[in-house]
Design a protein around this ligand. Structure first.
Ligand code: NAG
Ligand code: NAG
Ligand code: NAG
Length: 288
């Protein structure tokens, strides 16, 4: 009989403990940390990184920002001052908000590209959660539309059309896609040349289109439109637009292929005949 009060006592403690633990574990389980940061930043620009988390202010212990494995900013609420200011980051100048949730990278250079995460730690229970990484890329966009160069601006059906598309200088190197009458061409028709390097790590790309002109290519106006697109990145990511896109289109005149009954063919035959007559005439003068 004497054991009962003790058991009650322990049961009560356990219950209180569970009650106390329960909301906290739930809190920890539901703790969400998300880094909101841009995927592309223009060279020399500013990137704002916001660590969005669900920890209430009274339970917050620490917020950290990482670039790869390296800690670039730390905020500890109980410390005075709460932030470590001396942290260095490659390729940018760091600014931070007083509450530790936001950092800004100023005057970004290419070295600032990388994988960024933020991590939040709460006090009771001691629990940390990290955000998914955000791949940030510092880019230098193209300064102009690509240029299309080709040898002739007029082709006969059956002839081989060759044209180059060259992007303006950018970083990273733009990717060129060719189109015929607005439709992306088969990759077997395209040859990508090695990049050309320019100053300040900029690069330009050249890709050749080589295609045999077919009657199917020609519109009612007798024109064929070839166009190229130079983009960063090469392919759009899910639900994402290109960070940089430039286009150029040109029209080439297509002459239908000569066939036996066409006036062009008759003209050619007549020309040949008159040339022969001419030669015969000339021979006649030499050989009287
Ligand atoms: C922060 O996260 C909350 C919930 O997790 C979400 O509702 C809110 O939109 C986020 N804030 C931003 C700026 O995305
Ligand atoms: C923290 O500071 C940033 C920038 O000053 C502000 O946008 C944000 O609302 C603040 N967050 C909290 C929880 O006070
Ligand atoms: C295309 O570019 C390549 C490499 O620069 C060059 O060798 C070739 O002559 C160019 N062709 C045309 C049609 O401009």
């Amino acid at each position: 009989m004497q054991q009962r009060p003790a058991a009650d006592h322990w049961r009560k403690i356990l219950l209180v403990y569970i009650l106390q633990l329960f909301p906290y574990t739930t809190l920890a389980e539901h703790m969400k940390v998300q880094l909101i940061a841009p995927q592309y930043i223009t060279h020399g620009g500013v990137a704002t990184l916001f660590c969005n988390h669900t920890v209430s202010d009274d339970l917050l212990h620490k917020i950290e920002f990482m670039k790869g494995e390296k800690r670039i900013f730390q905020y500890i609420k109980e410390r005075n001052p709460p932030y470590i200011e001396t942290l260095h980051i490659d390729g940018a100048k760091l600014e931070y908000s007083k509450n530790g949730t936001t950092i800004k990278l100023h005057d970004v250079r290419f070295e600032a590209s990388g994988s960024y995460t933020c991590e939040v730690t709460m006090t009771t229970p001691i629990y940390s959660a990290s955000s998914d990484p955000v791949e940030m890329k510092v880019i230098s966009p193209q300064s102009a539309n690509p240029k299309i160069t080709f040898e002739k601006s007029m082709y006969v059906v059956g002839e081989s059309l060759e044209a180059n598309c060259t992007s303006s200088a950018a970083h990273p190197v733009p990717y060129i896609t060719w189109f015929i009458n607005g439709k992306e061409v088969d990759i077997t028709l395209v040859n990508h040349y090695p990049h050309t390097h320019h100053k300040n790590s900029l690069m330009s790309a050249t890709a050749r289109l080589k295609v045999e002109v077919s009657a199917l290519h020609v519109g009612e106006n007798g024109l064929l439109e070839i166009s190229c697109r130079a983009t960063i990145p090469a392919f759009p990511m899910q639900h994402e637009q290109f960070a940089d896109i430039r286009k150029k289109a040109v029209s080439v005149q297509i002459i239908p292929a000569p066939d036996v009954t066409s006036s062009a063919a008759i003209l050619v035959r007549e020309l040949t005949l008159s040339t022969i007559l001419c030669i015969l005439n000339a021979m006649h003068e030499f050989i009287p």
